[in-house]
Design a protein around this ligand. Structure first.
Ligand code: NAD
Length: 437
């Protein structure tokens, strides 16, 4: 495991052997027999204790996330807070587990439904939210009476171990939550094992498709959240300062390594005149180490990720007009960090590689169109459908956008419409595979 700001190894993680994965599944299945019979209120009490421990350990967890991922400490804390909210929601599980009852469905016959756990569930998570995304998954599954095996990203896996330790400290019985480490080999074992009943995945499109196809081939329930290319529509009647501020934060925050990052700004009509001001604001945001208040965002996760983003920036220079080039980015005192500076392209065409690819770096593309209808047509033609935003002062434009846009999560004057835990995360099209949002 490398600290991406200094390029040095900070830890090693042991990848699970075939025997270890087998053992984890077997012991998880055994734990399920007891855990599924534990009363929901007792399960909820453990989650309540877990929530308290997460709050108490917020700082340590955030430092762990920042050191391995590189994101600023404020960003790390914000993401953990979002994870804690899921645990908080899971503490109310008793209400959600109530079934339905109908009297007299036939003469002297009543009918009722029960909500029952499935068994051993597995979660496969990406590098970009090493605490929050595992916390999206296991607290809910476990509160419902399932047991859970978490396979975190091999790029920043240590937070997952800490979460599991805290869960044990909260009183969870052994093996209700287990963490195994690895990559494709370990994932394949989970996907194909008959005792794994459901899979939740978050990651890139190609892996997401593979997980969905393989998991369902082995007759499991699969929800697979994948990549994105999120557009923000800027109407000329929007509040200019608020729009530009939101655009900068949502495009380059966390170095653009967020599935809900805005990566394309669609300027409608005269709003294109704001691009010069956007450039000035973007130039002021600089990457840097996680513990400096000056840092607008951190490094990319790995030298490979940096290399990939730099290649796309080079390609972009052939395909569009580069207003800010962040490809040569040196941060004093951190010569080996995976730094890429803010990068801004205009005159971007929808058939270009930089438009078609999820860049996952601090790179914003600008497109100009004449009308809101043009913007909607352009975005609906994009294969991704994770999130989108519109900035406007017109209720009519906002309503039209909300109803006609073919994207799952829509923000109105809100840059990153990430739902709270009592709503589901509703990506569409190539951003989600499955029918269990
Ligand atoms: P990734 O697809 O490379 O890895 C995700 C997980 O899959 C990791 O645990 C990894 O070990 C495993 N994996 C990698 N290759 C595999 C293979 N060939 N077979 C089986 N498993 C494999 O994704 P990443 O780079 O860690 O994360 C970034 C991606 O995640 C971006 O595309 C981003 O948009 C997406 N993401 C989506 C959401 C969402 O909710 N839609 C949220 C966060 C991130």
């Amino acid at each position: 495991i490398f600290n991406p700001a200094i390029g040095e190894k900070i830890a090693e993680v042991e990848l699970a052997s075939k025997a270890t994965v087998e053992m984890a599944i077997k012991s998880s299945e055994k734990a399920f027999q007891k855990w599924s019979k534990t009363t929901p209120i007792n399960r909820a009490r453990i989650l309540a204790k877990f929530k308290d421990l997460l709050i108490q350990n917020m700082n340590d967890l955030a430092v762990m996330v920042s050191e391995q991922h590189g994101k600023t400490i404020a960003d790390a804390k914000g993401s953990i807070q979002r994870g804690i909210e899921v645990v908080e929601y899971a503490t109310g599980i008793t209400d959600s587990l109530k079934g339905d009852h109908s009297a007299n469905v036939g003469t002297n016959v009543d009918s009722h439904t029960l909500r029952q756990p499935l068994g051993v569930c597995a979660g496969i998570t990406p590098f970009n939210f090493p605490a929050m995304i595992p916390l999206w998954m296991f607290p809910m599954a476990i509160a419902c009476g399932n047991t859970f095996i978490l396979k975190p990203s091999e790029q920043d896996p240590m937070t997952a171990n800490k979460l599991a330790e805290l869960f044990l400290e909260a009183g969870a019985p052994d093996n209700v939550l287990q963490v195994i480490h690895g990559g494709k080999d370990q994932v394949d074992m989970l996907l194909k094992h008959p005792d794994i009943k459901a899979i939740s995945f978050v990651g890139s499109v190609s892996v997401g498709q593979y997980i969905y196809k393989t998991g369902t081939e082995y007759l499991k329930r699969v929800q697979s959240f994948a990549g994105a290319k999120n557009h923000m529509v800027i109407m000329p009647d929007a509040n200019k300062a608020k729009t530009i501020d939101s655009l900068v934060g949502s495009s380059v925050g966390a170095a653009g390594q967020r599935c809900m990052a805005i990566s394309v700004a669609v300027f409608v009509g005269s709003s294109k005149e704001w691009i010069e001001d956007l450039k000035k604001e973007m130039e002021m945001v600089k990457p840097g180490p996680w513990d400096s208040e000056e840092s607008g965002f951190g490094p990319l996760i790995s030298p490979q990720a940096k290399d990939r983003v730099l290649k796309l920036i080079e390609k972009g220079k052939e395909e569009a007009k580069c207003l800010i080039d962040g490809s040569k980015c040196d941060i004093e005192g951190f010569p080996n960090g995976n730094w890429v500076g803010t990068t801004l392209f205009t005159k971007v065409k929808t058939d270009s590689e930089i438009y078609k690819t999820e860049i996952f770096g601090p790179v914003l593309l600008c497109i100009e169109v004449e009308t809101l209808e043009d913007a909607i047509e352009l975005i609906n033609a994009n294969p991704y459908g994770n999130g989108t935003s519109i900035f406007t002062a017109s209720g009519r434009s906002a309503r039209k956008y909300r109803h006609e846009i073919e994207v799952g999560q829509v923000g109105i004057n809100v840059p990153i419409p990430v739902p709270m835990p009592f709503f589901s995360f509703t990506g569409w099209k190539q951003s989600f595979y499955g029918d269990l949002h």
